[in-house]
Structures are given as C-alpha cells and as structure tokens.
Write a protein that binds this ligand. Sequence first.
Ligand code: SF4
Length: 447
Amino acid sequence: MENHNPFVMKYAIKTFGCQMNYSDSERVVRVMENCGFEKSEEFKTADIIIVNTCSVRQTAENKANGFIKNHKQKYIAVTGCMVRKTGDRETSKDLLLQNKAIDMVFRIEDTARIPKLLERHFPLHDFSSFTESFGNGIIENYFRIMPKTENKSQVLVPIIQGCDKFCAYCIVPYARGREVSRLLPEIFGECEKLVEQGAIEITLLGQNVNSYTYEGKRCFAELLRKIDTLSDKGLSRIRFTSAHPQDFTEELIETLATLKCICPYIHLPVQHSSDQILRAMNRNYSVDQYEEIIRKIRKVIPNCMISTDIIVGFPGESEDDFQKLCDFADRVKFDFSYTAIFSPRRGTPAAKRKDQFIDSDEKKRRFHLFDKLINSHAHLGRKAFIGKTLEVLVEKSEKREDGLYENIGRSREFLEVHFSSGRSLIGKEVMVKITKAYHYTLIGILE
Ligand code: SF4
C-alpha cells in the first residue's frame, strides 16, 4: 500500500467484459464517490483499484488475473463474474486464498455494502456519509443505486440480470445466476431521469432482454412502448442487447416497427445453423424458426440491420454442418457477426463432451472462411448506403492538424460513420451524406 492521504482517498476502476459489466461499474462508481473517494484517471495514483471481472472465456479471466498481478502493490477489490462463478465451485473465499494480490471481493449486488467492507480495511476513514439505504445483497436493491454516467447522451440501463437458458457452452447462468427482472416502473423512472439529464440514446441491457418479465408476464414489448413515450422529453434512440430467438415474438416485431425511438438494428444471436448443433448447444429453436423471425423482421422493418453471434468448431461440428453454416450466412446476409472459435469453458456441459475432435488448425480454417463470407456481405450491405443521408450520433470528435474535427459516430442502423466538421460535434445528432463504404465503416460529409 502507498500514498495514504488521510483525508482524500482515490480509487480507479478497471472493467473487463460486456456492456453489462460497464453498466455495473457505473453503479460502483456512484457508491465510491458517495463514500468520498475521488476518481483517479491513472491506476498508479489510486489507493484502491476495483477490478470488475468477466468469466465468459478463459482468456477474459487470464486478462483480469494479469491486471491484478501487475497492480499487486495496490489495494485490490474484485467483483463481477469471477466472484460469482459457482460452476467451478469457486467461492469468493477461494478467490482471496488463491490470489494473494486480492484484498477484498464483493458480489456486484453487494455494491451498497462497499463502505462497510472498506471500514474493516481503512479504520481511520469515515464512510458514514453513504447510508446503506439500498439494503444489501439483493439484486433488486442493487439496481436502485443510480449509475454515475460519464457519457450523458448515451446511457446503459440494465433491465434483467442473469440467465435461465443454460446454453451448453456458456458460463453465464453459473456466473450471473438465474434471471431476475427489474420492476417496470423502476426502469422507467431511471430512464426518465437519464433523459432529463441529457440522454438521447438508451441501450437496454440483459443476457436475454426479451425474457423481461413484470408481474408474472413476459412484457418486453410493453416496456419498450413505455420507454418510447420519453421521445416527448428528448429521447431519440432506443437500442437493446442481447435478444434470444426463442422469445422473439410477433408482438415484439410489430412493436419494434411502430415505435418512434427504436433503431433499425437488431442483434439476434443464432450461434449455428445446423439443427443438430443447435440441439447440442441447447438453443431451443431450429434454423427454420430463426430464419422465419428474420423474414418477419425484414418484412415489417425493411431497412433493419441484423447482426448475430456464431460459434465455429463446436464439438461434433462436421464438415457438412460447417457447410450448412456458410449456406445459411449466404441466405441471411448478416450485416455483422461476432464470430468466435469454440473453446471449452470449464464448468459447462460442452467442456465435458468427448467429441472435441476438431483440431485447432481446422477450427481456424473454418473461422477464416466464415469470416471472409460475413465480411463480403457486410461490405455489400454498406455500399448500398453510398449517396444516402444518415442521422449520426457523434461519439468521438478530435481536432486534426488542419484545424478541422474528425468525427466518429453511429447511425440509427448502428453503422460507424466518419466525417469532418469545423467544430466538435460530440453528443450531437447530425445528418451525414455517405460518400464511401469500407467493410465496416462509412465515410461521409456533413449536410
Ligand atoms: S442465452 Fe445462452 S449464451 Fe446467452 S447468456 Fe444465456 S446461457 Fe449464455
């Protein structure tokens, strides 16, 4: 430990993983600042470093462990999926015992208890300014902590936590636990407050957003309709991630087509297109059912961009299964795919399968072939935007040597657009005419 200023203590936070983790970190930041900690932009000047971990792949855990090791001289508090992982029978205590660099662990739903936990380690400090008005240890209470957002125009709002689907390759149900939906009025209240503070884009988060349940009823479409009413107060865009094909109902598709703020972009993970592999993955839908959903979406939202997740090289994937995957990609023409090579995740059923016969060179060959296919569809899709004008929300705006600003933003279709302007346009929605298309980026001029 070093740099003990008895009056102001500094913290820094390192987040690994998905948007859900980034959103969780915003609640942790709120609690730390309510306790009187000051944020340090650099890890070396922080008294305490909070590490919000991801368990989705072994590489993600390795990265977190590497980071912890490199900062072991600091006070390290660990939270996130590595703390919750029960699939490997690891408990918080094990984590502390196994890694001597870690000083404290807490489950994310215990965020409100951080002051109490810290009191044990920093007895000279008074953290009483933060009352535990949110209770502790219950996810519903955790969500009542208002996030401290850095980007006021684009905000993340979790609506459902955990997962009940138990896909054979995935650690999430063990790491994050069963599904728990937040109360609808509470989500709406948070969205309303964020819009009053300047949010123009809200991304609703969950492992399966369309499993969202309120008062015993699946009602994601109803939640969207309610949040869409905030367009009167300045909300312009609603996005959501991730959705599961199993609960992607007709009512939901029709709702998406009619609401003002819904962006014409849907991320719908399919994972594979061989029915046999889908069954082995425990995905609970067939490839025909998935394609039927895509047809319906494209019928009612003709300009909708669609992306997906694919796993190549799942145990038992034959050359024929892989060919089916390529034929399927040619039929659906995704605008983007987060493609991953299967790697067994300890603690999941897929890792215990005996038929892990595809060697790593063959997995890589399939991955590169598939990736090439997806890239060519993505490029063709983007080229179709040349000459069109898109509404772009600017996320980055940097001054160049020639005095102009280089802007990067996203269109409503989630397309990355680059253009220049005479002043910084960060956080603004502007119209940009597209002049050029690369595989995944568009170039344009401000209208
Ligand atoms: S739906 Fe499947 S892949 Fe997604 S979080 Fe749940 S178990 Fe994991």
